[in-house]
Design a protein around this ligand. Sequence first.
Ligand SMILES: O=c1ccn([C@H]2C[C@H](O)[C@@H](COP(=O)(O)OP(=O)(O)OP(=O)(O)O)O2)c(=O)[nH]1
Length: 140
Amino acid sequence: MKVNIKTVNSQVLEYKTKGAVGFDFYSSEDISFEAKEFKLIETGTVIQTPKGYMLQLQPRSSTFKKFGLMQVNSVGIIDQDYCGDEDTIKFPYINITEKKQFVPKGTRIGQGVFVKIEKAEFVIVDKMNGENRGGFGSTG
Ligand SMILES: O=c1ccn([C@H]2C[C@H](O)[C@@H](COP(=O)(O)OP(=O)(O)OP(=O)(O)O)O2)c(=O)[nH]1
């Protein structure tokens, strides 16, 4: 499918292998994290997510190994209407190490995955069908 994007530094977004389902985002500026510091890493990229899809942001497996950074929202959700000129995608990361970390501009700092979605029409009811299942370890 065709997807409109706007990037700084004319950065090309691409799937790195034939089988890759995630494409990498690049940091658009040098950024440092003090120990335990939280910051947004700017990608400088705007993406117009097509109708019927959501764009998920997830860390690369190597991000923690290389930089000691963890994505604080686990999975970022990019809405279909987050696509104005200033709506650049950012990765929220925390340095969970005790030392300063430096991420140079142009680093592949995370990945994006387009996922098909349905939107719900919510219906309020008095009683749900079905038995209580239990959760949070109820099966042992
Ligand atoms: O990791 C992320 C998560 C979100 N966003 C952008 C795209 C998304 O469409 C928008 C809003 O995200 P979300 O709804 O998760 O944040 P919120 O805290 O509920 O803020 P808002 O009140 O703006 O919806 O922020 C990012 O750039 N990176």
